[in-house]
Ligand binder design. Structure first.
Ligand code: SIN
Length: 281
């Protein structure tokens, strides 16, 4: 039998080959993939042809599925969130650097995103390696971040008054969501220790981090904005070009991601399953 291959990308992530996710994986193959996920925080699969049921079965091998409280699910599959942009929409979902679910007390482990309908060109997703971004900080900055906690919120994105909901047409996809589900803000360390790899991770993001606990808004932004510019440098980024049959599985604790919105007038449909996570320290 052909062995699973693991080919590291030029930037963060690795491409897993010689595997068919429509079939039930042996324990050995699953443990190879699990190790690659722990090592790289971001894995890709190509040329897969999986049904929604097989997508769900693969996700369940990793743990419990988080039923997304903001996204419209795929018809008949509450476990699968639909990430869709129609030709007449101008805004997309995820069109800026962010970490899904950092606004939760126990942020989701990660998401398994399956390409269902792609534009002829464009629609790539970028991923940034937040362990590498942390490691490359100078010692003075690392010392400054030590012990700091950041406040994360979903209210300004998903809450009743959120611009994302009211002003953007991507917000149409959130029409079924209950604004009250934008729960209370949460606090996480600015630098966490990754639960799988043990690496230090810069765990703040421009979409959901709204400040540093105990700091003014101005001082918080003075600290955060240079960190965002630092982490978004090309040297920490992989740009994933989707093809029919592509799947990306990212670790939310280890990466940021950014869905590029450069395919105006075309349709893009993705199926996303998100896995429950744990408290971060
Ligand atoms: C997301 O932010 O989860 C969407 C990513 C994508 O559509 O590429």
């Amino acid at each position: 039998m052909t062995q699973i291959s693991i080919a590291p990308c030029n930037g963060p992530g690795a491409e897993i080959g010689n595997v068919d996710l429509s079939q039930e994986l042996s324990e050995e193959d699953f443990s190879t993939i699990r190790q690659a996920f722990a090592d790289h925080g971001l894995i890709f699969f190509r040329d897969q042809n999986i049904t929604p049921e097989q997508h769900i079965a693969f996700a369940k091998r990793w743990g419990d599925i988080n039923i997304n409280r903001f996204f419209t699910p795929v018809d008949g599959y509450p476990e699968i969130a639909e990430v869709r942009k129609e030709p007449n929409q101008t805004t997309n979902i995820g069109g800026g650097w962010h970490t899904d679910h950092s606004y939760d007390a126990e942020p989701a482990t990660g998401s398994i995103l399956v390409a269902r309908e792609l534009p002829p060109q464009g629609g790539d997703t970028m991923f940034a390696d937040m362990a590498a971004a942390h490691d490359a900080l100078d010692d003075e900055t690392k010392d400054k971040l030590d012990g700091l906690e950041a406040i994360h919120s979903s209210k300004h994105i998903f809450g009743g008054e959120a611009a994302y909901r009211s002003e953007s047409d991507a917000g149409e996809r959130l029409q079924n969501a209950n604004a009250a589900d934008a729960l209370d803000d949460v606090v996480h360390p600015v630098v966490i220790t990754h639960p799988l790899s043990g690496r230090k991770i810069l765990y703040v993001n421009a979409a959901f981090t709204v400040g540093i606990r105990g700091w003014s808004q101005e001082d918080s932004m003075k600290l955060l904005m240079p960190l965002y510019a630092h982490a978004a440098q090309n040297r920490f980024v992989t740009r994933f070009e989707w093809q029919p049959g592509s799947i990306a599985f990212w670790d939310n604790r280890a990466t940021w991601h950014y869905a590029l919105n450069d395919y105006q007038g075309e349709r893009r449909v993705m199926h996303r399953i998100t896995l429950e996570g744990c408290a971060l320290h």
